[in-house]
Design a protein around this ligand. Structure first.
Ligand code: ASP
Ligand code: MG
Length: 423
């Protein structure tokens, strides 16, 4: 059995849904688990709905819900010639669950509320895709992943209970292949022991594909995307991107650590454990090779990869008495960072100062400085970029630092990281 994952862009409208159906037709005779995300940008819309609900902004709640409804109804209208009673009913009922929330008491745990509502994007998309595939003659069945993936109750970031999930999948999911070729299920969501819905973190559908592949011992996972595979740089920032044909699990984890955003970082680990290859391929050109991510590190250094993180702030701490920065200060600084929930993209120390780089969106500069103000002088520099090159050479560095000041540099054998400011 193979696991396929289709993201929001691959089901963003009726044409895209039709494309998924013809893509799947090329695999007739195979057993497939199909993991699907919410359609288009529905998850963002659902987040806005939750926000409006929490703010008691009834108007905004209703207009957003109306937009979400219209978006799905338009897709249905384009896919089904006549009013296909069952799927319209399923969509109505699901949207009604959201509508009702406005008049219910708001749970104190906002993350819990978020998960109960935002998870429904995937429920909607899978109802539609599965009805359409059945209509097109595929032997497809809709499966509720909320009954399969067991997590703890850390809402918005559910941690998977692997043993229980594996047990549920063996008992109730795999037998369904006896009478079906395609099992369609939701990415991004799971359930707690009590039966409440959880989400696995934004963009978590890739991870779902990894979980299901691990628990079913799948033959491979394919993530179908609107790009030809994993590229060596983001085409938004670079002109001459090339596709990485084959990289190792380890390299994929490194790249996602440095900020490459093609695959959700948690996806690789379960696949690596069971040596299940991961393909990243284009749903527009499904015959093309794409990228394969697998065990062998042989081809990792063939192509340099570039990763840029914009809008970075560099903070530098010096002790007020000009004493050296030693372990004691470091542990105090880390402690404060943990409490403030600030994550660092890079750190460096010298005799008298310690520097960290942070996404500007994740930190309020003045508040941040005030946490340290008693013990340290804190300086900062904003509007910076963090550039990482894997498998660099001097020419690639020169290309990157053109017209830039280099504020900080870290090199290892395979990776160089540069903090840059526009001149
Ligand atoms: N629909 C969810 C999101 O947009 C999960 C995913 O797409 O992977 O974050
Ligand atoms: Mg998505």
């Amino acid at each position: 059995m193979k696991v396929f994952k289709f993201g929001g862009a691959s089901v963003k409208d009726s044409t895209a849904v039709r494309n998924v159906s013809s893509l799947l037709a090329k695999f007739s005779g195979e057993k497939l688990t199909v993991v699907v995300s919410a359609m288009g940008k529905s998850t963002n819309k659902l987040e806005e709905i939750v926000q409006a609900l929490v703010n008691r902004d009834k108007n905004l709640f209703e207009t957003n819900l109306e937009e979400l409804t219209q978006f799905h109804i338009d897709i249905l209208g384009n896919l089904f010639a006549e009013k296909h009673f069952k799927v319209y009913h399923q969509i109505d009922e699901t949207l009604e669950l959201i509508a009702k929330k406005y008049d219910e008491p708001i749970p104190e745990n906002r993350a819990f509320l978020y998960d109960q509502i935002v998870s429904l994007g995937e429920v909607l998309s899978t109802f539609i895709l599965s009805a359409y595939l059945q209509e097109e003659g595929h032997k497809a069945k809709w499966v509720d992943v909320r009954k399969l993936i067991r997590t703890n109750s850390t809402y918005q970031e559910g941690k998977v209970d692997w043993n229980k999930t594996e047990e549920l999948i063996n008992q109730t999911f795999l037998p369904l292949f006896d009478n079906n070729d395609i099992l369609i299920t939701q990415g991004f969501i799971g359930h707690t022991t009590e039966g409440f819905t959880t989400t696995l973190g934004r963009e978590g559908s890739d991870y779902t594909a990894g979980i299901l592949a691990y628990c079913t011992n799948a033959e491979s996972v394919t993530i179908w995307k609107d790009v030809p595979g994993m590229l060596n740089a983001d085409p938004k920032y670079f002109n001459n991107t090339v596709k990485l044909d084959s990289i190792s699990f380890k390299e994929a984890i490194e790249l996602s650590y440095y900020g490459a955003s093609v695959i959700h970082p948690k996806t690789i680990q379960p696949l690596q454990k069971k040596n299940i290859p991961l393909y990243v391929k284009s749903f527009l050109n499904p015959e093309d090779e794409g990228t394969i991510i697998q065990q062998s590190t042989e081809k990792d250094n063939l192509t340099p990869s570039f990763i840029i993180k914009k809008d970075q702030v560099l903070f530098s701490f010096t002790t007020k008495d000009f004493s050296f920065i030693v372990e004691e200060n470091l542990s105090d600084i880390f402690d404060k960072l943990t409490k403030a929930k600030v994550t660092m993209n890079l750190m460096q120390n010298s005799a008298l100062d310690f520097s960290i780089l942070v996404d500007s969106k994740k930190v309020n500069v003045n508040e941040f400085i005030s946490i340290f103000a008693d013990d340290y002088h804190v300086k900062y520099n904003s509007a910076l970029q963090l550039a990482t090159i894997r498998h660099y050479n001097e020419a690639t560095i020169a290309q990157l630092i053109e017209k830039k000041d280099v504020l900080l540099e870290q090199r290892t054998r395979h990776t160089i990281r540069l903090v840059l400011k526009d001149k």
